[in-house]
Design a protein around this ligand. Structure first.
Ligand code: CAA
Length: 267
């Protein structure tokens, strides 16, 4: 377990880290009170841990996990409340996401519980996902008057196809672990208690392979889809930024924070 070994990177609050002697670095997202919402500090810490691991030969594979009930509930909505489009344009989060995207070593995601919004976008940055039967995947940003902003519209569509991606992105509904496996989002489904064990076993197996070949294998597989990703992500980012100027975004975020149903007016 991540907590029993000394931290891989000192000073982190939102992520717990440990490196085992099989060259597997485990990173656990750890903000249970806020349902592991990805506040800016958390993304910064994650990008710093991955930055250190990139240049550390002792790390050959990573397991990224969350809690029993929540992998991550998306961006921290309280941080979004007062943001303007200009704030979003200047947001350091974009650089942290880029660092996560550019992490060159194999990363296995172990997902239990809610995996939503930016949480699902983070999960999709993993190279393989192992999900417990309790996992639920979704892009509920539409309920806040916005859309995914970290590649969700693009990666999800590539992974599960247009119709299923549209269903999640437009309705805000969730997808079960079994459905996610059938759709191609998830590599394997298991009992929730076994998720981390299975992800770690796979990471250990990968860590036993030649590291340079593993790195180039990852890069090559990503080339199958990354070339198409760039333009779509730029479009998504512009749309996401624009939505921060709408009354509906103010209403969606306020309604979430005030625990009430939003009323959207198309303004
Ligand atoms: N940001 C900030 N706080 C959050 C949060 C989030 N994404 N999700 C949950 N919380 C907080 C709640 O406000 C609540 O705080 P208090 O205890 O202070 O009231 C606490 O976590 C517990 O939340 P719930 O009572 O709602 O917990 P639950 O177990 O009943 O439900 C949940 C869990 C289904 C994940 C629900 O909390 C939820 O729907 N969260 C929001 C999911 C969401 O909309 N994600 C998308 C965010 S936008 C985004 O992700 C865009 C992007 O990256 C670019």
């Amino acid at each position: 377990m991540a907590e029993r070994l000394p931290p891989y990177l000192d000073g982190c609050e939102d992520v717990l880290t440990s490196l085992d002697d099989a060259h597997v670095l485990t990173i656990r997202i750890n903000r249970p009170k806020a349902r592991n919402a990805l506040r800016t500090q958390l993304l910064k810490e994650l990008s710093e841990v991955l930055g250190k691991a990139t240049h550390d030969d002792a790390v050959r594979a990573v397991v990224l996990t969350g809690g029993d009930k929540v992998f991550a509930a998306g961006a921290d909505i309280t941080e979004m409340a007062d943001k303007t489009p200009v704030d979003v344009m200047n947001d350091p989060r974009a650089a942290y996401w880029l660092a996560i995207r550019n992490f060159p070593k194999p990363m296995i995601g172990a997902v239990n519980g809610f995996c939503l919004g930016g949480g699902n976008e983070l999960a999709m940055h993993c190279d393989v996902l192992i999900a417990g039967t309790s996992a639920q995947f979704g892009q509920p940003e539409i309920n806040l008057g916005i859309i995914p902003g970290a590649g969700g519209t693009q990666r999800l569509t590539q992974m599960i196809g247009k119709s299923k991606a549209m269903k999640l992105v437009l309705s805000g509904q969730f997808m079960s672990a079994n459905e996610a496996e059938r759709a191609g989002l998830v590599g394997e489904v298991c009992e929730p208690e076994l998720t981390i064990e299975k992800a770690t076993a796979l990471a250990k197996l990968i860590a036993s392979k030649p590291p340079v070949a593993a790195r180039l294998a990852k890069e090559s597989v990503l080339k199958a889809s990354d070339a198409m990703l760039h333009e779509g992500m730029a479009f998504e980012r512009r749309s996401f930024t624009t939505l921060f100027a709408t009354e509906d975004k103010q209403e969606g975020v306020s309604a979430f924070m005030e625990k009430r149903k939003p009323t959207f007016k198309g303004r």
